[in-house]
Design a protein around this ligand. Structure first.
Ligand code: SF4
Length: 441
């Protein structure tokens, strides 16, 4: 059984309220942190090996150490709660059921970074959660954990919740900052990075909800102890939101030492494939990461079991591996059609492209149109090569990672499931009425 650090109290009735959270030991990590210096906290975060839980997996301590500290210029912490990656809903769970864990993590992080005004930018569709967060903020304030002169330390901190407008692109950190400033959410060219010029051109750290929540157990048990959980550079625990054709969809906390097979088939987690079907493929890190067929998902290129951690999931690179990404674990059974699935994702990225750069603006639209053609049985063999060519021209040629996120699923689908694309081309009539999965199993 995986160790629980973030969700250990999630089952307790009323844990979303300050009184219950406090009774369970809530805010003791904050009390401890406020007696430390900001540099000491930073050292604990670095020692923990925590990697950003939003998708990129960049070391959080290193990110914090990049924060510029010019004299007299305010700094900000911004929590990225714009969780819009298809298949990902673990931050929603944290905010809905454990809002004080996030607020406590923000208090410690704000103190460490010197942010007196911090923000939570939350996905517009999570319409019921801002009220939960704002209530938690008010409770923390009433108890002296937010506001002026917190616990007599002289440190002031206010937290504000800002609702997004429902654009996926605002999950990209610079688009998020633009939106938070009241502008259209277009990603910025980098450099300068937010650590130097972020919100209102002030030094800013943007971190995912889960990353900031993880600061609480890191301070609680120390960074060194946190680093002992997990394996290699995949330290601590990770929240995984599991969905698709499984028996037990939901949010799970894992310690990154379990195998993918155990995660899918064990009753503790996904509980196996629905209706006893066969596993066909999986996208383990949210829709943007490469899809992997079952054989490569359960074993690495060396024939070792594949583990639920950053290194093992990526084993073999994009040719045979994938990424931990956001932890949005999407399982596809044998009945699913990869062409249909890839087309749905292509439509999504085309719709969500902000349109600033040509390869993304035009390329995502072309990919969607070609996939639609193939899926409807109107495609030609050369369309598959054209699709491959387009995704290659998008990857690495755009301002923000949305371009890559749109290209990778198409590349992986063609790489691993070319036979399905060809089946659609060769069977135009059948492909109008059936999908590949149903026709073959
Ligand atoms: Fe906008 Fe796409 Fe360019 Fe990102 S890659 S800036 S979403 S056009």
């Amino acid at each position: 059984m995986s160790k629980k650090l973030l969700l250990k109290d999630a089952h307790i009735e009323g844990i979303r309220y300050f009184e219950t959270y406090r009774k369970q030991g809530g805010y003791t990590a904050a009390e401890k942190a406020l007696k430390m210096t900001p540099d000491e906290i930073l050292e604990e975060v670095k020692a923990s090996g925590l990697r950003g839980r939003g998708g990129a997996g960049f070391p959080t301590g290193m990110k914090w150490s990049f924060l510029a500290k010019p004299e007299g210029v305010p700094r900000h912490l911004v929590v990225n709660a714009d969780e819009s990656e298809p298949g990902t809903f673990k931050d929603r769970y944290l905010m809905e059921f454990l809002p004080h864990l996030l607020i406590e993590g923000m208090l410690i992080s704000s103190y460490c970074l010197g942010s007196n005004t911090s923000y939570i930018y939350i996905r517009g569709e999570y319409s019921w959660i801002p009220d939960i967060l704002e209530e938690a903020i008010e409770e923390a304030k009433a108890a002296g954990f937010l506001g002026k002169n917190i616990l007599g330390t002289g440190f002031d901190c206010e937290i504000y919740v800002q609702r997004g407008g429902g654009a996926y692109i605002c999950g990209e950190e610079t688009a998020l900052l633009e939106s938070l400033e009241g502008k259209r959410g277009n990603p910025r060219l980098k450099p300068p990075f937010p650590a130097v010029k972020g919100l209102w051109e002030r030094p800013t750290v943007v971190n995912n909800v889960e990353s900031i929540a993880a600061i609480v157990p890191i301070i609680d048990i120390t960074g060194a102890e946190y680093a002992k959980i997990g394996v290699g550079r995949s330290t601590g625990t990770k929240l995984i939101s599991a969905c698709g054709n499984i028996n037990k969809p939901g949010v799970y906390e894992i310690d990154m030492t379990i195998t993918v097979e155990e995660f899918i088939y064990s009753d503790e987690y996904c509980g196996g494939i629905k209706d006893g079907k066969k596993l066909k493929a999986c996208i383990p890190g949210g829709s943007s990461v490469p899809i992997v067929p079952a054989n490569l998902l359960l074993r690495t290129v060396n024939g070792e079991p594949r583990y639920m951690n950053y290194e093992s999931l990526a084993d073999g690179g994009f040719a045979t591996g994938t990424m931990m990404g956001s932890g949005g674990f999407i399982v596809l059974d044998e009945d699913q059609c990869i062409v249909d699935h890839t087309m749905t994702l292509a439509r999504f990225y085309n719709h969500e492209s902000c349109g600033q750069c040509t390869p993304c603006r035009e390329g995502t639209g072309w990919m969607y149109k070609i996939l639609k053609k193939i899926e409807k049985g109107e495609g030609k063999m050369e369309d598959i090569d054209l699709l491959w060519d387009i995704q290659r021209k998008i990857e690495g040629n755009t301002i923000c990672p949305l371009g890559d996120a749109a290209a990778w699923p198409v590349a992986a689908a063609i790489r691993h499931f070319r036979d399905e694309f060809e089946w659609h081309v060769k069977n135009p009539e059948l492909s109008q009425t059936q999908n590949y999965g149903l026709a073959h199993y």
